[in-house]
Ligand binder design. Structure first.
Ligand SMILES: NC(=[NH2+])NCCC[C@H](N)C(=O)O
Length: 577
């Protein structure tokens, strides 16, 4: 159930009946203050302006065509022409009963599912996943889960980097180890160290560097021995990623990997096609596309380079091939790219060129979902204490250990196994939630103390709130399946909770539309707070039977909403902590 959508439809229809154009939006929003009712329509002023009418008069004309008597006690005009809507308690109670007994909290699957390709995580396989990959991986995953929940056909695409010039250097190093009879798999168990060692040889040893360059060419032209070595490297590196995904509880598996190398055979075709269309221009021997849209004030254009002087292809060429594949083979209606904001120009260029070249249908949406950087307390991109890049797997280990210490100190009587499990769930949730709860477009500071705090908009707070609500329901010893009867809404705190519970779908809708999970986090945090206020003011277990049954339904509904909401964020819940 989505109150906002319902009100938008009804009010817009009334606006049209009162003379507005079909496209004039009602712009219904949740009201910011109680005196403005529960919802407010802000679209009257715009529509009146288009009609050259006085907004309050147009609001009046709209009200004459509007019948909300089934769901609202009061609908009033306010200020310059806002319409404030005060919902009826009996209606809320009825809606809530429907919602409560549905496993999906009455969220319907969309009537016309779209095929949504989601490009996320996409680490570079030459190195170990680091903290910079956290954002794409967890935000992308939350959006994927939410889109699937709405019934869309989601195609995960893990566009891993497995094909750059760095691989020549890594292969040369593997070759050297092999010649020395060293165990390659051992050496690759720490990719970071391996990469650094290879880099040192590359920088200091001219013969090694020459061999590395030879190997890139051999690799790209399909040399079998070279490919076998490369396969071995990729396999181990991919296995590292998968361990991290598993630890994170992220729904990415091997079948979702569509690596850069997979497009290799199509890159020349992309370049040829651009050439046929007259879009290519040679510049210093390289094949480039210059687009007016990307000119600066001085008229200088940053081109997209699609082929280098020696014939090599680039990151951009692969992305163009990927757009075509996603359109023609995967049949995408929408393609979402969860990639660092620093690549914004790259994606704007890729999207613009893809449209010019006809690589996508005009109605297909290509959306870059940029995100900011994870910062350290020093205001610079987050590093480990020793100044190195923070390996994601080590960070997650540390999170689990810290959370374990924390819960162990609070629960001295709990068994070791349970403490370890709680430590795992809380630790991982804390790292993920700290990321998910921030507006993705901004940078944020990585801070153990705030993310592990039991106060504020954090995972420990929400997980604790969930376990507390769940335990209230459990202590009632009622069979939840048989919990029926009217939900009565008398106290203000009951009403506030009832409305919040009815707004779940609005929150997840924003995640699906805008790719912004922080809206859902903010909603869940509000919901937990609203519940706590309700619980303090309205006793449950000691109330008389009818009231108790009603309030228990509110509690049960809160628990299922928190649980479902957290699961859409990719966060596990605990019944006890
Ligand atoms: N289609 C894409 N370009 N996806 C994002 C790839 C991200 C790239 N591997 C990086 O680490 O920066």
């Amino acid at each position: 159930m989505n109150i906002q959508t319902l009100l938008n439809q009804r009010i817009q229809a009334a606006m049209v009946a009162a003379g507005a154009s079909n496209t004039a939006p009602a712009l219904v929003r949740q009201s910011a203050k109680v005196q403005f009712g529960d919802y407010q329509a802000n679209g009257i002023m715009g529509a009146a302006k288009a009609l050259k009418m006085n907004p309050r008069e147009f609001a009046q004309a709209t009200l004459e065509k509007l019948d909300l008597s089934d769901l609202a006690d009061k609908v009033e005009i306010a200020g310059p022409g806002f319409i404030n809507i005060f919902l009826k308690n009996v209606w809320l109670s009825k809606e809530l009963s429907v919602l409560r007994t549905s496993e999906r909290l009455d969220v319907k699957e969309v009537a016309a599912p779209e095929t949504v390709v989601v490009d996320y995580s996409a680490p570079n396989l030459a190195k170990e996943m680091h903290v910079g990959h956290l954002r794409s991986t967890v935000i992308g995953d939350a959006v994927v889960r939410t889109l699937e929940f709405f019934g869309h056909q989601v195609v995960r695409q893990n566009h891993v980097g497995d094909w750059g010039t760095q691989f020549g250097m890594l292969l040369a190093y593997m070759e050297r180890l092999r010649a020395q009879d060293a165990k390659i798999s051992m050496a690759l168990s720490d990719l970071e160290t391996f990469y650094r060692a290879a880099k040192t040889c590359f920088d200091e040893d001219e013969a090694f560097a020459a061999r590395a360059r030879e190997l890139v060419v051999a690799l790209q032209s399909g040399d079998e021995e070279c490919l076998a070595l490369w396969d071995e490297f990729i396999e181990i590196s991919m296995a590292h990623c998968e361990e991290t995904y598993k630890m994170l509880g992220v729904s990415l598996e091997r079948q979702h990997v569509m690596p850069e190398s997979a497009y290799n055979d199509d890159l020349q075709n992309v370049v040829n096609e651009l050439k046929e269309q007259g879009l290519l221009q040679e510049s210093n021997g390289a094949q480039c596309v210059f687009m007016e849209e990307f000119a600066n004030k001085e008229g200088e254009i940053t081109p997209i380079i699609v082929q280098k002087t020696g014939g090599g292809f680039l990151y951009a060429t692969t992305d163009l091939a990927a757009v075509r594949f996603r359109q023609h083979t995967l049949q995408a209606n929408r393609v979402l790219y969860f990639v660092d904001a620093r690549q914004s120009l790259h994606f704007q260029q890729i999207f613009t060129l893809s449209r010019k070249a006809g690589f996508v249908k005009p109605e297909t949406q290509l959306e870059h979902m940029p995100f900011g950087t994870v910062m350290g307390s020093d205001g610079k991109p987050f590093k480990t204490r020793s100044g190195g890049v923070a390996k994601l797997s080590s960070l997650l280990e540390e999170a689990q250990e810290r959370a374990y210490q924390l819960v162990a100190s609070k629960n001295p009587d709990m068994g070791e196994d349970e403490l370890r499990n709680i430590g795992r769930v809380v630790g991982i949730a804390s790292v993920k939630y700290a990321d998910l709860s921030k507006n993705r477009t901004s940078d944020y500071v990585f801070n153990w103390d705030t993310m592990l705090s039991f106060e504020g908009n954090t995972a420990p707070y929400l997980l604790y709130a969930y376990s507390r609500v769940a335990s209230i329901v459990k202590r009632s010893e009622i069979d939840v399946a048989s919990l029926t009867g009217d939900i009565s809404i008398e106290a203000d705190q009951e009403r506030a909770l009832a409305i919040k519970l009815c707004q779940f779908e609005e929150a997840i809708q924003q995640v699906a539309n805008d790719g912004m999970p922080h809206f859902l986090c903010a909603y869940l945090y509000d919901l937990a707070g609203t519940f706590m206020t309700f619980y303090e003011a309205c006793p449950i277990l000691n109330a008389e039977e009818k009231v108790k049954l009603s309030r228990l339904q509110l509690a049960l509904n809160t628990a299922s909403t928190l649980k479902l909401g957290l699961s859409l964020l990719g966060i596990e819940t605990l019944e006890r902590m």
